[in-house]
Design a protein around this ligand. Structure first.
Ligand SMILES: [Zn+2]
Length: 430
């Protein structure tokens, strides 16, 4: 590896990674869901090796994992007592918008709306992006409007790779063992499906998969997936009188009863929602899939009862139809588990402050790989990486946010050394 790459800026790294198409795919049976994610995985593996990170590997499921050994000298007060810190970002971009041929544009924001050059219809509006105001006179990155940008999550990948180059370099700050992971298929909900926790030998971890500068996340939705299936009876419409039971009509009666005030369009902050997002059907069989979301499991139970109530109401309107509700757990809020290990979020908050950034804890109206990893036993809050408007062509990245993410990560490993020095003995708690 050329020395230049070791010192490559986080922005330059981001621009290189953003140009690589890594879109994942829903419902693809293969792992990872698309082979093109491996293009970035292989590149990162080669770059890590080039940085001198010897324990770096790409596994059969498309996960890149690497270990940067501790550089603490024996005799250091924290020697042997530092938690192993994991840093995680995802390789893939959302299936909701094209990630092919991304042309990132870097420029100094002068204020006002931003009309993108490749598609003049696509406008990043100042009114809809209050964070833009803070970027006047600073550099931001957009796509040309024909694709998403992929800051979700290549900003996280670039931040971690930049930090890895620092930690593996000669002028690294003192740090304990640091584990890195780059995961496929986060956007299709399978980012942790094949996550090898035994190999990823970390005591705590942080996903770099967040938004605006200073935004930290320790709360996510708790999520269930519901399916309502209507079994009807089909017959030639000419002879249907008194015989046909049209599943579509019954399903429509169900959907129309979903409370509007509980929709994603009308909720924010800590409010939950019920969101019908896909329906299929014909006379004999129709079904709708719904996302159930709340920050509390009790709220999810209330939502399930609400759906049961709707079915009770609709059944008598469609004699002969069979309506079935099925609810499956998807993921759970990581808040409760993280509250049991306050050092994990405390260290992150302190590191953010040391990076010169005011930390803000914001609830995520979605899940992260961290929510699943936390449930699997690895406490994993989430860190900003500077991006905004994920999953569409108006996505943009604040360069300052990206750079501060790197700095926050650097302070984070230092804070963990200090915490280790205060401990009486090692290893860590887990
Ligand atoms: Zn993401």
């Amino acid at each position: 590896m050329k020395p230049a790459r070791r010192q490559e800026s986080a922005l330059d790294r981001f621009l290189r990674y953003a140009r690589i198409d890594t879109q994942s795919a829903e419902d693809a049976p293969r792992v990872p869901s698309t082979r093109k994610q491996l293009d970035l995985a292989r590149l990162l593996l080669a770059e890590l090796k080039g940085l001198g990170v010897k324990r770096a590997r790409l596994d059969a499921h498309g996960y890149v994992m690497a270990t940067i050994p501790s550089n603490l000298p024996p005799g250091h007060p924290a020697f042997g007592k530092v938690a192993r810190v994991g840093l995680i970002a995802h390789l893939d971009t959302s299936p909701s918008a094209s990630g092919a041929g991304v042309k990132p544009r870097v420029f100094t924001y002068r204020g006002g709306d931003i009309r993108l050059s490749g598609n003049r219809e696509v406008v990043i509006r100042a009114r809809e992006n209050p964070e833009l105001k803070k970027q006047v006179g600073k550099r931001i990155v957009t796509s040309d409007g024909t694709t998403l940008l992929g800051a979700d999550d290549k900003a996280g990948v670039a931040a971690i790779m930049t930090l890895a180059a620092q930690l593996a370099g000669l002028e690294a700050p003192l740090h304990g063992e640091v584990q890195l992971a780059f995961t496929p298929d986060e956007e299709v909900g399978r980012g942790t499906a094949h996550f090898d926790l035994a190999r990823f030998a970390a005591d705590v971890a942080y996903t770099f998969d967040g938004g605006t500068l200073g935004e930290l996340n320790k709360e996510t939705f708790s999520a269930d997936g519901a399916t309502i299936t209507v079994h009807g009876r089909n017959i030639h419409p000419g002879e249907a009188k008194g015989v046909m039971v049209n599943a579509l009509r019954a399903l429509a009666d169900v959907i129309v009863r979903l409370p509007r005030e509980l929709s994603p369009e009308r909720t924010e902050g800590h409010q939950g929602f019920i969101h019908p997002h896909a329906a299929t059907g014909e006379e004999a069989l129709a079904s709708v899939k719904l996302l159930l979301r709340d920050f509390d499991v009790a709220g999810l139970k209330r939502q399930k009862r609400l759906l049961e109530g709707i079915l009770r109401e609709v059944r008598p309107l469609h004699p002969g139809a069979r309506l079935v509700l099925e609810v499956k757990a998807s993921y759970r809020n990581m808040r409760d588990r993280l509250a049991q290990v306050p050092e994990v979020t405390g260290a992150l908050e302190e590191a953010t402050r040391r990076a010169g950034v005011k930390p803000r804890w914001v609830p995520i109206r979605g899940g992260t790989d961290g929510s699943r990893l936390t449930a699997m036993g690895l406490p994993t809050p989430n860190v900003f990486a500077g991006g905004q408007n994920f999953h569409g062509p108006t996505e943009w990245l604040a360069v300052e946010g990206l750079e501060k993410a790197v700095l926050t990560g650097r302070h984070l490993v230092e804070v963990w050394v200090e915490l280790g020095a205060k401990r009486k003995s090692g290893p860590f708690w887990l």
